[in-house]
Write a protein that binds this ligand. Structure first.
Ligand SMILES: [Zn+2]
Ligand SMILES: [Zn+2]
Length: 549
């Protein structure tokens, strides 16, 4: 009898539907590198593949991308990569994923345009299958159907996804806000979200970025009104810094420029690329002859000019930062400039942007930023909009995503106030496997996840040890010992310790000298004296630099 029991259970399993797995590989407990795996039996659909930016202690690292070991192991199951919108934290990792796994990509028009630019840079455009999807369209990927639903965000053509699976529908909001008066008139499809909600939704994964903020996010169109007020009667040259991806913001700056008879010049590589792509695809509407080349700004009086630039985050190499420090080759800031910073600092960037504002003010320029005037609105939903999403979609299970831990907690609290019980709310993390079906949902394990650091062309070759050495070098400096010798064998041996790094150590010259003594006893004393002298000199100089700071 005992033996039969497990067999019975196994037989039941054959007729039972499999569980659906939701596995985030990035974007949880962090802002950036969003990527989620939706897996049902032998089919995997990937939602987004973004990048993150390095933290302050990741010296020399350019980008952070998600660890996709799990996808490489299961690459035969992957049916497609669906993209919610064209922000870097959702598309920036795509070229690196494609270098490991060739997967078809599905996205809306502007998003496809932005991904194409990236793939062209990485020489991947020809080998990649990309399909443009219209909002409202549904595509079939294995046993799942993915429906693109129009939502509003700080970039045009953003979509939420309804993923219809054999065990139920998952709604993934992507990044969203509820803007009733968007610049392009393309309002969020609340009707479709409500219809899907009425049919029954198994789980909702929703944007938590602004979960701590009460109330509503203001409409993008309110920024245009503030811009107009700043432009009217202004006799100064106007420089506006904003996110290059905020196409609607750029459109509004251009609208104000046209209204008040100013020409527009563009500064910064990402801004130029973005505006070019958006114009080509019809997302920015500009009369002829409004844009002028940055090289010809000297031919126009200040009150006839607007410069749209990158650098709203005070990024060290950005155009605005170089203008503020007087290092920009084409734009010199003067007291006859009105600088508008049409963005909020992303957490962590506050000190950079404060420095830029201070430098601009020291030159005598007038600077307007969000603390002074409402010159920026967020692209993400606040609590009341999150409540509307939860109310329309009416999910059985709720999974707050796209946020740090405190934001996920705040979003979970909001869901509880709407009557979703805490056992149906799942605070997940990168790599954690959530399995669900019509009756239950539970965490069942972990898969490999993490950060892969990109340094120039190198992907994943910078790890903790290299970062530790870089940190030590940045603090202590470096001694570079070069010695000429006629003896060829010594030369080869010297080459061998080329990569040796002298990091912090009480008497660093001893390490150096020991190695040189081994090479050739004859140089022992003189070399030792020289190196000690050199080290003391360098060390004193580094010490002096530190105190002068
Ligand atoms: Zn995002
Ligand atoms: Zn976004």
């Amino acid at each position: 009898m005992r033996k039969n029991k497990p067999n019975k259970r196994e037989n039941n399993k054959i007729f039972k539907k499999s569980n659906l797995k939701i596995i985030p590989l990035g974007g949880l407990l962090e802002i950036g590198k969003n990527i989620t795996v939706i897996e049902y039996e032998d089919d995997i659909v990937i939602v987004d593949c973004g990048l993150g930016f390095p933290e302050d202690d990741m010296l020399g690292v350019d980008l952070v991308i998600p660890d996709i070991t799990y996808l490489e192991k299961n690459k035969d199951k992957i049916r497609g990569l669906v993209i919610t919108h064209g922000h870097e934290d959702h598309i920036g990792g795509i070229p690196y994923l494609l270098k490991q796994i060739n997967v078809p990509i599905y996205a809306t028009k502007l998003t496809v345009g932005l991904i194409s630019n990236k793939l062209e840079e990485h020489n991947l455009l020809r080998s990649t299958k990309m399909k443009e999807v219209r909002p409202g369209q549904t595509i079939t990927l294995g046993s799942m159907k993915v429906e693109f639903i129009k939502i509003t965000h700080s970039i045009p053509d953003a979509c939420a996804l309804a993923i219809h699976t054999p065990v139920g529908t998952i709604v993934h909001t992507g990044d969203f806000k509820i803007d009733y008066t968007p610049i392009d008139g393309e309002v969020i499809d609340l009707g479709r979200l409500a219809a899907i909600g009425n049919k029954g939704v198994l789980a909702l994964m929703s944007d938590s970025t602004n979960a701590e903020r009460k109330g509503y996010t203001m409409s993008e169109s309110t920024v245009g009104e503030v811009l107009d007020k700043l432009f009217v009667n202004c006799t100064k040259r106007i420089v506006v810094a904003t996110f290059s991806s905020n196409v609607h913001r750029v459109q509004q700056i251009v609208n104000s420029a046209v209204k008040y008879n100013r020409k527009v010049a563009i500064c910064g590589r990402s801004m130029c690329n973005m505006i070019e792509t958006a114009r080509k695809l019809g997302y920015i509407d500009v009369p002829d002859n409004v844009f002028i080349d940055i090289d010809s700004i000297k031919s126009y009086p200040d009150d006839r000019l607007v410069i749209i630039t990158t650098g709203s985050q005070g990024e060290p190499m950005s155009a605005l930062t170089r203008m503020a420090s007087g290092e920009h080759k084409k734009v010199q800031i003067t007291p006859n400039d009105l600088i508008i910073i049409s963005a909020n600092p992303i957490p962590g960037n506050e000190k950079y942007i404060s420095k830029v504002i201070d430098d601009l003010m020291a030159i005598g320029a007038e600077v307007i930023y969000n603390a002074l005037q409402d010159i920026h609105v967020s692209g993400h939903a606040c609590q009341e909009e999150q409540k509307l999403m939860l109310t329309l979609v009416k999910p059985k299970y709720f999974i707050p995503v796209h946020g740090e831990y405190r934001q996920l907690i705040a979003h979970a609290e909001t869901a509880k106030t709407l009557g979703i019980s805490s056992e149906n709310i799942f605070l997940t993390e990168n790599g954690k496997v959530l399995e669900l079906n019509e009756n239950e949902a539970k965490f069942t394990g972990h898969v490999t996840s993490g950060k892969v650091l990109v340094d120039g062309l190198g992907v994943g070759d910078v790890g903790n040890i290299v970062l530790r050495d870089r940190k030590n070098l940045s603090r202590d400096g470096i001694i570079n010992v070069t010695r000429w010798t006629n003896n060829s064998s010594n030369y080869i041996r010297l080459k061998k310790w080329k990569n040796y790094c002298w990091t912090r150590c009480n008497k660093p010259w001893i390490c150096v000298c020991k190695r040189i003594w081994k090479l050739n006893g004859r140089y022992k004393e003189t070399t030792k004296r020289r190196i000690i002298k050199m080290w003391r000199k360098t060390h004193n100089r580094l010490g002096n630099t530190k105190t002068s700071n």
